[in-house]
Design a protein. Sequence first.
Length: 277
Amino acid sequence: MKKGSKRVIPGFGLSMGVTLSILSIIVLIPLASLIIYTAQLSASEFFETVTRPRVLASFRVSLLTAFIASAINAVMGVILAWVLVRYRFPCKRLLNGMIELPFALPTAVAGIALTSLTADTGLVGKFFARFGIEIAYTRAGITVALVFIGIPFVVRTVQPILEKLDPTYEEAAGVMGASRTRIFWKVIFPEILPATLTGFGLAFGRCLGEYGSVVFIAGNQPYETEITPLIIMSKLQEYDYTSATSIALVMLVAAFLILFFTNLVQARSAKILKGGQ
């Protein structure tokens, strides 16, 4: 065997076969079944299913709350990552570990806990109720739940970038007379922007399909607080698989488009940072 033909990783064929098999079982087969079930409907039946007023209202609620929650997560995630990386304070490790809590906590438990806190008789809801603001069983409550489950995605994507950021650029900008605000926006922010966009896309994808933590706090009022995953679950309970897969396919396409656009912006930002055009 020629020296140039040797592979760095031995057993490439076997490992590639195992990888493709796992990918097919976990990702490709479920997606294929989604398309196969949807293909049983004609084009007119498909559009009639996904354009029903109640379904369109659920699309609007899910997309709007997911986008708002992801935008809030992008801002809060950058702030939390900055605090965890740049400052030393008591219980820092505890706070750093609590970021993973939404991953470890069952979504149903999170939903029940958030509903108890934000209800009119809850600790948080009682305070806002004095000002006539309702959180639980409204779109605001849905957004709160989505912020809770999406915040780790942004923190964990931005945090490593901040840890590896060379402080000499900040020091040089400070020596040249730049203010702290200008240093952040001109030196630090361009470096963390791709990671922030990645976290935003991941959080949006998670928020768009979240069911367990939202169904309790949403109130599930048709045309007002009813989310699309709840309609999909209702169709499945009625054994209407074609309608469920049709609605799910629309959500899947929407999530793919958002992630694709986010990746394009991220790639463009990374290219600019490397000196490209």
